[in-house]
Design a binder for this molecule. Structure first.
Ligand SMILES: [Zn+2]
Length: 126
């Protein structure tokens, strides 16, 4: 799935969202270097529905590679919310399974403070 066009990455008009848009620059998620992925690690909620679907692997991989990380915190916060999870075409069954598997893999690793978000996310996705 190609990345969204530059003007479809964020939906809000402000410096923070535009900075995020320019950092991602319409490039596919797998072409972003570690510095860029790190710089956007808290910005998942700012992405449009379509951009969130495309760039989500950054957070899924970040959480799998380092379960006690900002990527995990941002991912759980986002997945425990109904905010902008409706991309055109929706999430495929395979995409939903990947999300559910990542959440299940995190069960033994999350901080106590994040447990309720993990439970909420599992209710939504698993
Ligand atoms: Zn904004």
């Amino acid at each position: 799935m190609p990345p969204p066009a530059l003007d479809a990455i964020v939906t809000h008009v402000c410096d923070e969202c535009w900075e995020l848009r320019d950092r991602l620059g319409g490039r596919p998620w797998h072409e972003l270097d570690a510095d860029t992925r790190n710089a956007v690690r808290w910005d998942l909620p700012l992405l449009s529905d379509d951009a969130k679907q495309h760039y989500l692997p950054i957070w899924l991989l970040g959480a799998v590679e380092e379960p006690r990380s900002d990527f995990t915190e941002a991912l759980l916060f986002a997945l425990d919310s109904d905010h902008r999870w409706e991309p055109r075409g929706g999430y495929s069954a395979a995409q939903q399974r990947v999300i559910a598997r990542v959440l299940e893999a995190l069960i033994d690793h999350v901080e106590q403070a994040d447990e309720s978000q993990l439970t909420g996310a599992l209710d939504r996705w698993a």
